[in-house]
Structures are given as C-alpha cells and as structure tokens.
Design a protein around this ligand. Structure first.
Ligand SMILES: [Zn+2]
Length: 79
C-alpha cells in the first residue's frame, strides 16, 4: 500500500528519523504497541511529516534520484 502524502516517522532528539522509514498511521500504532524496541521508553516521538520535510543524506527526499540504497533521514523540522 503506497504511503499517503503525509506519513509517520519516529524521531529521536530534534530531527533524527529512526530506521529511516515512514509508516501509515495504523502501522505506526501497531509498531508502537507491539515492538519491544519502540515501547515508549526510548524517547522517540511519532511525527506526521511530508516528503518535503525529510532530508536524506543532506538532500531533500523529494529531490533524491537514487533510491537503490537507504539514505540516513533527518527532519527538516519537527511537526
Ligand atoms: Zn503501512
């Protein structure tokens, strides 16, 4: 299922996107409820973001051409 225009990421600190991936809302809810590594004690915050707000290895995600590797994601701003 493709992600909607805005999707959920887990953010550590001000801007580091955990696992460099976005999720649907139900998937984020499931992950937070079931994943022992995301049990709410790690200080991660779930944020609803758009692709324009993701910086992948220093480049806005919307401008990325090569998706063949996993870039490290950061938030341009925390929503
Ligand atoms: Zn999903």
């Amino acid at each position: 299922m493709p992600l909607p225009y805005r999707a959920w990421v887990l953010v550590e600190g001000d801007s580091i996107v955990i696992d460099d991936a976005a999720m649907h809302k139900p998937c984020m809810t499931l992950a937070l409820a079931r994943c022992p590594h995301l049990n709410g004690q790690m200080g991660y915050v779930a944020c609803l973001v758009s692709m324009e707000e993701i910086i992948a290895d220093g480049v806005p995600l919307v401008q990325m051409i090569d998706f063949s590797y996993r870039a490290s994601w950061d938030l341009r701003k925390v929503v």
